[in-house]
Design a protein around this ligand. Structure first.
Ligand code: BMA
Length: 307
């Protein structure tokens, strides 16, 4: 059920956080910003774990019900330390987002190095073997999410280059998932609103009969630092550079202690959602860069009242 009027639109699960440091079976610093996917009835979350060394890598969590997760004993993807990817992963790999297209799970993530963040793509078919494919942006770009199907014959993605200090959501298209073009701005920070400092795509877009539903993060800068909130925007099905509707209020804001206090406080940062056949949505989000939580609603509710 969506939240009460006057507070947040989304409903927080009472058992939050669902994954925290004590659930990680190897010594780490934090666990957050995980991308969920349902594979043959099993819920998987590809998690960002920050090691005590200081850089991030990925681990995998599994669950039968979407609420209680167990982590695999070892990380599944570490920053490359040799080969063609190593130079741009020296500071780690962050914020994976999974999209399933025609039998393959594609993972867009942020490779971080002294040259700045850039978007990289990897793929897996079984969550056992992960293959890096290519870097798909230059530096100072992150928050890459892939649409789950081709649009007018081309793959499409959203991302967030920082241009002139402004963090806006852009769209681009590709024939082969490697070479990208036709870049266009989709959403810019809204002056005077909760997302006035930066906006970035969070979950891979969800197809609905009303348009592409994008759960994004909006940042407001305050004298005490940034506040990361979750919001929604509806994009045109045939031309997702066109905004149909944009929420003027967030759907979730940091309020609980686990969202307020952590390595980076005041952060609710979604990386994905799982939609059931009956329209129930589980949105998985990183809280305060320190744990993973769930917030719920239904697709009908979000399309009707989320904006
Ligand atoms: C963003 C990303 C996220 C992080 C958020 C809040 O720029 O780095 O991984 O959750 O900042 O710190």
């Amino acid at each position: 059920m969506a939240g009460k009027k006057g507070r947040d639109f989304l409903h927080r699960w009472e058992g939050n956080p669902i994954i925290a440091l004590d659930d990680v079976p190897f010594r780490s610093n934090t666990v957050f910003n995980g991308s969920p996917v349902k594979v043959d009835g099993e819920y998987l979350i590809l998690l960002r774990v920050e090691g005590q060394q200081g850089y991030s890598f990925f681990a995998l969590a599994r669950s039968d019900n979407g609420y209680h997760f167990t982590l695999d004993k070892k990380p599944v993807m570490m920053p490359a330390r040799s080969g063609p990817f190593a130079k741009y992963e020296t500071k780690g790999i962050e914020d994976p987002r999974i999209t399933f297209i025609e039998g393959t799970y594609y993972i867009l993530f942020t490779a971080v190095s002294g040259f700045g963040p850039r978007i990289e793509i990897a793929k897996t078919t079984d969550f056992k073997k992960y293959e890096r494919v290519a870097f798909i942006s230059e530096s100072h770009n992150k928050d890459g999410v892939l649409f789950p199907e081709k649009i007018k014959g081309k793959y499409a993605r959203l991302d967030r280059p920082i241009g002139n200090g402004v963090g806006s959501i852009w769209i681009s298209y590709s024939e082969d998932l490697i070479h990208w073009g036709y870049h266009k701005i989709v959403l810019t920070p809204a002056q005077g609103y909760w997302d006035s400092y930066r906006v970035g795509a969070s979950a891979p877009p969800i197809k609905t009969d009303k348009g592409w539903l994008e759960i994004y993060h909006g940042v407001k800068m305050t004298s005490a630092g940034p506040i990361y909130r979750m919001g929604v925007v509806l994009l045109d099905l045939d031309d997702p550079s066109k905004v149909i509707k944009r929420g003027d209020q967030p759907i979730l804001s940091p309020r609980e202690e686990y969202e307020r206090i952590g390595d980076i406080g005041n952060v609710c940062f979604a990386c994905g959602a799982v939609l059931s056949g009956n329209g129930d949505m589980k949105i998985y989000y990183g809280a305060a860069d320190t744990s993973i939580c769930i917030a719920t609603c239904t697709l009908d509710q979000i399309l009707k009242d989320g904006f």
